[in-house]
Write a protein that binds this ligand. Structure first.
Ligand code: HEM
Length: 418
């Protein structure tokens, strides 16, 4: 490998169509030889995208941390993906904004995440996971993505927003999946990647606006009502902002958790000894195990910033206006931070595992990290106590430079007797 071949690789769709191990090997080479490097404009996922600018790749854990925490220089307002994708970003609400606007928006939403509300959500989550397994466990075989990994966050999210109608829940889950998989050939029948995305966001937007209007008039005990009522320094969200927030969460909460659980199942299939170790003392070991799954296979491979001033990083001069891509997939394998970084090892303690699956820290750090881990833990317990002799097949990995996604995951197990 040379700096030139590697850097230009990252811009091509062909590179991202290769097995994940090729990407990991490339990032390892970059961390060791060229930790901050420049690539030309990314090959557009859709001919309608105007990807005129190249981008910097930040591959070391410490540099990802440094950029993430410096919102004075590194802005999110100009977009958070390698590709210039304004249609997508208009749906991302406060993710695509900087302090102080970002701070007041995030504070309004945080008001809705009080300990009382979070406790209620946690109880709902455990009940939902049990119900999902009541359906899946007696079947004995099936696609574990459809049956469990997609189903749990979809239902938790729907409960969050007080949606009880089964068809509406399915509708939200399908639209959220479509939103995250805009670049996968699975959805090519709908049209170009942009059309796939626009179609999904339209579906979510219409539903969200109706729900938000209804909850502002008649608040109940759900997140949509709390967010609609929440105030920070006298400010409330408009009904349109609540609607956009709904679509943002549909993507942020559903896809990330869904893909993480699929990776969890595949990783424990490969490491039965480590599964036995966790299950032998689940309460004491599950949290560390879930963090290791998130380190090893983070569902989001990057987020992007844009430099607002010239900045020196690892001997390179990033110019004002340049795109800067933070590769969490790479930071999570940095040998300067993680011992045996390429080894899956659930015995790493929280202190030994400062992974970047939820971002590099700072203003945009994942708002749902606690809830995401909570869902994964509840799923892990139910699956491995109820689906005996579970055998998991190969992951069908999504074609994307953003989402480390699993489209399908076949499984067989001894059916649970009802
Ligand atoms: C395994 C599950 C999850 C992973 C790996 C994940 C990962 C991430 C990452 C990498 C970011 C960007 C951080 C940055 O730019 O510095 C983020 C932001 C965000 N996440 Fe998550 N997420 C997960 C689950 C969730 C859930 C369940 C929710 C919903 C409650 C959620 C809501 C959000 C929101 C609202 C933001 C934007 C925060 C901001 O810009 O201030 N996430 N997440």
């Amino acid at each position: 490998m040379t700096a030139e071949t590697v850097d230009s690789n990252l811009s091509t769709l062909r590179f991202w169509a290769q097995p994940r191990q090729v990407h990991l090997d490339t990032f390892k080479w970059l961390r060791e030889n060229h930790p901050v490097s420049w690539s030309g404009p990314p090959e557009a996922l859709d001919p309608n995208l105007d990807n005129a600018r190249g981008f910097w790749s930040v591959t070391k854990h410490a540099h990802i941390r440094e950029v993430s925490r410096n919102t004075d220089v590194f802005s999110s307002a100009d977009g958070v993906f390698i590709d210039d994708f304004p249609q997508l970003e208009s749906m991302l609400s406060f993710i695509v904004s900087d302090p102080p606007r970002h701070t007041s928006f995030r504070n309004i939403i945080s008001v809705a995440f009080t300990p009382k509300h979070v406790r209620k959500v946690e109880e709902d989550t455990r009940r939902t996971v049990r119900e999902v397994l009541d359906h899946a466990a007696p079947l004995g075989e099936g696609d574990l993505c459809e049956l469990i990994a997609k189903e749990v966050p979809g239902r938790v999210f729907a409960t969050f927003f007080g949606i009880t109608d089964r068809d509406q829940i399915q509708y939200v889950m399908d639209a959220a999946e479509q939103m995250g998989a805009w670049s996968d050939p699975e959805y090519a029948h709908i049209g170009s990647p942009l059309q796939v995305f626009a179609d999904a966001s339209q579906k979510l937007g219409v539903l969200a606006l109706d729900l938000a209007k209804e909850r502002q008039k008649n608040p109940t005990e759900d997140l949509m009502s709390w967010v609609s009522q929440a105030q920070y320094e006298g400010q409330k969200m408009t009904v349109e902002e609540v609607g956009v927030f709904f679509a943002l969460l549909a993507g942020a909460a559903n896809d990330t958790t869904r893909h993480s659980f699929a990776h969890l199942l595949a990783l424990f299939q490969q490491h039965p000894d480590q599964l036995a170790y966790v299950m032998a003392d689940f309460d004491a070991r599950a949290d560390d195990a879930i963090n290791e799954v998130l380190r090893f296979d983070p569902p989001l491979m990057h987020f992007r910033r844009t430099a607002m001033a010239d900045y020196e990083l690892a001997g390179e001069t990033i110019k004002a206006g340049d795109k800067v891509v933070l590769w969490y997939l790479s930071g999570n394998r940095d040998a300067d931070v993680f011992r045996d970084a390429d080894t899956f090892d659930v015995s790493r303690t929280a202190k030994e595992n400062p992974h970047q699956a939820f971002g590099g820290g700072g203003a945009h750090y994942c708002l749902g990290s606690h809830l995401g881990k909570q869902m994964l833990k509840a799923e892990m317990w139910e699956v491995y106590t109820r689906m005996k002799d579970l055998r998991v097949g190969e992951r069908d990995i999504m074609l994307s430079n953003f989402m480390n996604g699993v489209m399908k995951l076949p499984g067989t197990w001894t059916p649970e007797k009802s």
